[in-house]
Design a protein around this ligand. Structure first.
Ligand code: ADP
Length: 546
């Protein structure tokens, strides 16, 4: 084959995630997985997403692929169905692994504050199943992109069970979206992964006497990334490394911080269908209408002069809501209003729920998950409070900036990389940052925002316009990921990825052994397996999910 011209081929990336919006989302990982692949596709990358088919996903709108996928598990072979959908507004295929025993449950990971007891097994299935799928559909990826502990076994499998197999030459990327969750279990649980005891040592899975999937991924992946440059530095320290800082320091030359983007179409105040009126940095009248609507919805006095603060997010320790709770008495003694949208720890829900009942004139808590309301809050509020204890990237501060809602945020992780601190002397900046995570520092910084609102309104207006002009589009991040993929490919294969008819034929043993039938055409649509029945036809009856 050497010297024979071949067709230009796009880079092939298998993107595996335990959640992807709009199909399933509990937080930022879902947002990222729903949007980044689309931005990669726009760059000409043949990217395909694999995720579980959870209860609640509209399975009847998906194509059921012919046949079954056999996934080796510790107890035998799981026979799964595969359904095919696409990310909205694009051409990115999403393969849903349908295995009801693991995924037909009320929650993605477990009830609030708890995880299902068999989570290691459930997500072993996802990782192993994703690799098996590539062989069945004839899509041998150049890069496998794994995200967080649920997919941490992917780089390990590529280096072990796939050794000398078709996926042998595939490079792997492991992205840390949140290092707090590592996939930890009793050491004896290693058998669930199908791997032998020889992998249970500190160089792979063993971490102070426990099984740690993330640690193994950090050791095995070709390259590592996380979702902001500051978090990439922080997780190499004992304070933020969640026990894995030593491993991360060892691999610091392979660890990259790529700031997440946001979906600038979905989060666009000029077109947002959820909000009371549309607005832009040049025409801000609509924001006044949105504020009045939010004040009314919260049951507050409708008054444009009263600054309106907002909080949205998971009510967990990570987000620093305990500190916010301790500063609420002081905050509510001032001339402001505050709304909160969130779900999470019972303590947090009880506290903010009770406060909302006690101070209905100034504080309103919606203890629910409501995407449309999140848009209305971002549009209507003046300031957005984010007292995160740590924040790998954070999306809400970027949504806020885009809606001219100035963040009051703790200077940590991605918040440092996205919010520019206010300079009183010049009026520069896009928000208000504080360092110490204490009720006093948080209240002082809210007070700083408040005094700016009342004493220097021109600065607030200028900051708003500046904030709305920041570029948080995914295109910038997608270019960085593409470079990461190419670097990983070169590292794995020992030669650069080449496209175009003049590219040399595959040079490595692995690549040259790639069967022709596995080569997909550049357009993913045409290279997917034949669906059962006519494409697009809905199943006549609901297939059993139980
Ligand atoms: P994390 O991933 O740590 O939860 P991020 O800021 O990265 O934090 O992303 C959180 C995402 O989840 C954002 O899109 C945010 O708007 C959304 N979100 C969190 N809680 C709620 C809620 N109660 N209602 C609506 N959206 C929410």
């Amino acid at each position: 084959m050497l010297g024979v011209p071949r067709e230009p081929q796009p880079l092939r990336v298998l993107y595996v995630s335990s959640e992807a919006a709009p199909f399933a989302k509990t937080g930022g990982l879902g947002d990222v997985s729903g949007v980044l692949p689309r931005a990669l596709r726009r760059r000409g990358i043949d990217v395909r997403v694999v995720m579980p088919l959870y209860a609640g996903i509209r399975w009847d709108a998906l194509e059921r692929l012919e046949g079954t996928l056999e996934v080796p598990m510790w107890w035998g072979r799981a026979r799964a169905a595969v359904r095919l959908g696409r990310l909205p507004d694009g051409d990115v295929p999403v393969y849903f692994l349908e295995y009801n025993r693991y995924f037909d449950r009320p929650f993605l990971y477990g009830p609030p504050g708890d995880g299902y007891g068999d989570n290691i097994e459930r997500f072993t299935f996802l990782s192993r199943g994703a690799l098996e799928l590539t062989k069945v559909i004839g899509f041998l990826p150049d890069v496998v992109h794994a995200n967080d502990w649920q997919t941490a076994l992917l780089p390990v499998y590529v280096n072990t069970v796939e050794w000398a197999q078709p996926l042998h030459g595939t490079a792997t990327i492991y992205t840390i979206h949140n290092l707090l969750h590592q996939g930890v279990s009793d050491g004896g649980a290693l058998f669930v992964t199908g791997l032998g005891r020889e992998h249970y040592h500190p160089g792979e899975f063993e971490h102070f006497g426990t099984l740690n999937l993330t640690k193994a991924a950090l050791r095995h992946a070709t390259l590592l990334s996380t979702v902001s440059p500051t978090y990439a530095r922080e997780i190499q320290t004992a304070q933020a490394g969640c026990g894995l800082d030593g491993v991360l320091r060892e691999r610091r030359a392979d660890l990259f911080g790529i700031l997440n983007g946001i979906d600038t179409e979905q989060w666009n105040p000029a077109t947002d269908p959820h909000i009371a009126d549309r607005f832009t940095a040049e025409h801000m009248d609509g924001k006044r209408t949105c504020k009045a609507a939010l004040q009314a919805a919260a049951g507050f006095a409708v008054d444009p002069r009263i600054p309106l603060f907002a909080v949205i997010g998971r009510l967990t320790y990570q987000k620093g809501y305990d500190v916010l709770a301790h500063s609420m008495d002081r905050l509510l003694s001032w001339d402001l209003q505050m709304v909160l949208l969130g779900t999470g720890d019972r303590d947090g829900e009880e506290f903010f729920g009770a406060l909302s009942a006690r101070r209905p004139d100034k504080f309103k808590a919606w203890l629910t998950f409501d995407e449309a309301l999140a848009h209305r809050i971002e549009a209507g509020a003046d300031f957005f409070v984010m007292p995160s204890r740590f924040e790998p990237c954070g999306l809400n501060q970027m949504y806020s900036l885009r809606y001219g809602t100035l963040p009051v945020a703790r200077a940590t992780g991605g918040l440092v990389d996205t919010v520019r601190n206010y300079q009183e002397a010049t009026g520069e900046g896009t928000g208000f940052l504080f360092g110490d995570l204490t009720p006093g520092a948080l209240a002082d910084t809210v007070g700083w925002a408040l005094s700016t609102w009342f004493d220097r309104p021109a600065h607030v207006q200028a900051m708003r316009r500046r904030a709305m002009g920041e570029d948080f589009s995914w295109d910038r991040a997608a270019a960085r990921y593409e470079q990461l993929y190419l670097d990983a490919y070169r590292r794995r294969r020992g030669h650069p990825f080449a496209t175009g008819p003049t590219a040399p034929a595959a040079q490595s043993a692995t690549a040259s052994s790639r069967p022709q039938t596995f080569a997909p055409s550049p357009a993913p649509r045409t290279s997917t397996p034949r669906p059962a029945g006519r494409r697009g036809r809905r199943p006549a009856r609901r297939s059993p999910r139980k």
